[in-house]
Design a protein around this ligand. Structure first.
Ligand SMILES: [Zn+2]
Length: 328
């Protein structure tokens, strides 16, 4: 049974391929969870309609009315301004340009709504409900095809002047490095992501390096992914091990920068690539220790993210809670 004094929020995780919604209580327990596709090619109006429908199914599952919600938090896959509630652009959502999504949802539902970039939302999710509970200064990074992040200072998410802060994956690590999707070169995510790992594997194989990686993909270079390289490494493939170690090194270079700039007590690491575990994280943390100021390194902990696939939806709900608490 629900405690009537408990604040219920709706978390919405809008992605390029899927929409997740969930009714979440103040302890981060999901009372419902609805999953639908994102009709991305049909543009913003169709996507917004799908969000509304998913929220309605979530309310039905939880057995509550929309008026029972204290707030709605929406996590969005692109740079956005949480104060204005506007999503500027989204690389995976064609046609989205300066969409005032927060006000659209607030008007349609009559419920106080909030909007935030998905990686910042996930950082708050870990702070409220996951691996960073109780932390004052902490950094969240998520490593998959790219690197996303969120910076929590004094228990609050730092979003910057127009909300674009926390793009940790786009700090320059090597100015002569590979071209990044953002237009720059040598960003952290071009050197320390799943995409970087697969790209380096293809390059080395083309150069004639000896490896069993191709056996895992029937000889098709295009099918090489981070998971394939992980599998090869676990079976003892030297090239795969070397490539993961190299990505771990670059991960550590970026971590050292974060330690020096923010002196956080905790860095929480999530995302698909982090599932590689020690093979990746041991060289990363060693490199961070070699490069960062001693006191910054000594006083920081590293921990795996706890919320997994639900980090976006729980994070969006956490942001709504965070903003409601801030307003009190
Ligand atoms: Zn970049």
């Amino acid at each position: 049974m629900r405690d009537k004094s408990d604040s219920l929020t709706m978390g919405v995780d809008l992605g390029g391929t899927k929409i997740l919604t969930a009714v979440v209580n103040s302890r981060g327990e999901m009372m419902s969870r609805d999953h639908s596709i994102t009709p991305a090619a049909q543009g913003p109006d169709a996507v917004i309609q799908f969000i509304m429908q998913s929220m309605n199914r979530s309310l039905g599952q939880a057995g509550i009315a929309i008026s029972d919600l204290a707030a709605i938090g929406v996590g969005v896959p692109g740079p956005s301004d949480p104060d204005a509630g506007v999503l500027f652009t989204a690389p995976n959502l064609p046609g989205w340009r300066n969409v005032p999504l927060r006000d659209i949802i607030e008007k349609a539902t009559g419920v106080k709504s909030f909007l935030i970039n998905d990686a910042n939302a996930a950082a708050l999710g870990e702070l409220y409900f996951g691996a960073a509970q109780g932390a004052r200064h902490f950094i969240y990074i998520t490593i998959s095809t790219g690197i996303g992040g969120g910076v929590i200072i004094d228990g609050k998410i730092y979003t910057g002047t127009v909300g674009t802060a926390g793009e940790l994956g786009h700090m320059t690590i090597d100015d002569k490095g590979p071209r990044c999707n953002c237009g720059n070169t040598g960003c952290w995510e071009t050197l320390a992501s799943g995409t970087a790992l697969a790209r380096e594997a293809r390059l080395r194989i083309k150069e004639g390096a000896a490896t069993t990686i191709l056996k895992h993909v029937d000889g098709d270079m295009e099918k090489i992914t981070a998971q394939v390289i992980q599998a090869a490494a676990e079976q003892g493939d030297d090239l795969a091990k070397e490539l993961i170690d190299r990505v771990g090194y670059y991960l550590g270079v970026g971590l050292a920068n974060l330690l020096n700039i923010f002196n956080p007590e905790l860095i929480v690491i999530g995302g698909g690539l982090s599932n590689i575990g020690d093979m990746l994280l041991t060289p990363a943390i060693r490199t961070a220790g070699e490069r960062a100021f001693k006191d910054a390194y000594r006083t920081a902990r590293f921990a795996p993210a706890k919320l997994g696939r639900n980090s976006g939806v729980l994070g969006a709900a956490a942001f709504a809670l965070h903003e409601m608490n801030r307003a009190v």
